[in-house]
Design a binder for this molecule. Sequence first.
Ligand SMILES: [Zn+2]
Length: 458
Amino acid sequence: MCSLRLILKDVYDDIKTNLTIFATFIRYLNMPKSILHCISCGAEYNSDPFRLTCDADHSPSLLRSVYRAEQLEVKPHLPGLFRYADWMPIERTLQTAGKPITYESKNLAHHLGLDRLFISFNGYYPEQGAQMLTGSFKELEAFSVLAGLPKNHPQTLVIASAGNTGRAFATVCSEHRIPLCLVIPEKNLSALWSKTSFDPVVSLIAVGDGGDYSDAIALGQLMSKLDGFFPEGGAANVARRDGMGLTVVDAAVTLGRIPDHYFQAVGSGTGGIAAWEANLRLLADGRFGEQRMKLHLAQNAPFAPMVEAWKAASRVLPAISEAEAKAAINQVSAQVLTNRNPAYSITGGLYEALVETQGEMYAVTNSASEQARHLFAELEGIDISPASGVALAALLQAVEAKKVDRRDYIMLNITSGGIERIKQDYSLHYLQPMITCSPAEANPREIAAQIEYHLQCS
Ligand SMILES: [Zn+2]
């Protein structure tokens, strides 16, 4: 009798355990693919491509994606970067061959005396399988942001750019007929090219009269508040950051572990934050080690506000007049690194990422970047952009200062490369401005009316 009771108890326990597992499974199935988590107060929101901030009354904070799939399942049957769709806040996939490529350097590694140097190549390098035909890792964020928008959304996306971001969004929006208002400094217009012609859904506004990237951002913000338009949000957009972070995800999947060191040039700081957030996801996954990858981030001197702040152990950027900032910006060769309002101080921003990873920052001159670009072309066989030259020059500084060990796993993010090669292999189309205006005289409502008329006619 006693043994029967024990058997019944065992059966009862089994059923109870199985029911618990079943209930957990059902709850998992009902969980959304991702939610938004406020880093400051912990508030949670449903995934929403238009939400950029928390509703609570606190100082500015980034939101962060939390994905249902804590463990990444790579899906190689999906196009390009969408193989990492588990960790992208997307509604659908879009056709592309582009993804980050991670390969082990031989010649450059030997030159630097490093045993484990891995290049994350974002751009066009067909011999290594790199097929981002806008030549920049901004393509990762463009696909991530645009694949998160509802299909046939009636409003026009507004992007302000120094060049690379604009080229990536203009190309992907053209291919998929997604209305875009792009605002860019007139002096950077030559960055807007594509191997295919641009669709009329893309409207280009050039900020002339010496206007810089920050002037373009200011006009873009005004435009994005008008009826019929919406902002992309820059660093505040989780889709942008999660797209950029795929460089680290790809490196970890390729290496089978999180790298020890990460080198990148930064302008808005978004790429550095994204790398840190990808690191956190890989830690939670549990299969890539317990490494907190040290961030080594660089800016192009003499415009290096984040380097100055970090070296002064300050969360606050140095106060600098607009005239001084513009004078410094005009001297740097990597114009994509010249954001005057980077995501440095904000909760969840670059300052915190550097603190968490005991990071380093480097100021790199134009000539050091230029030498690094020549070195890369000579040893790795492909051209790289001025910003990527800044990243490599930072690695050269770190090796010189013995901040890395020769046996460490080092990831060098070449954020843009192969553009000269694209120009050799393809004939390019250049995007022409619909309107050119000075920063002081730009009238957002008039511009919006012209864009809407243009879209109706297209
Ligand atoms: Zn909050």
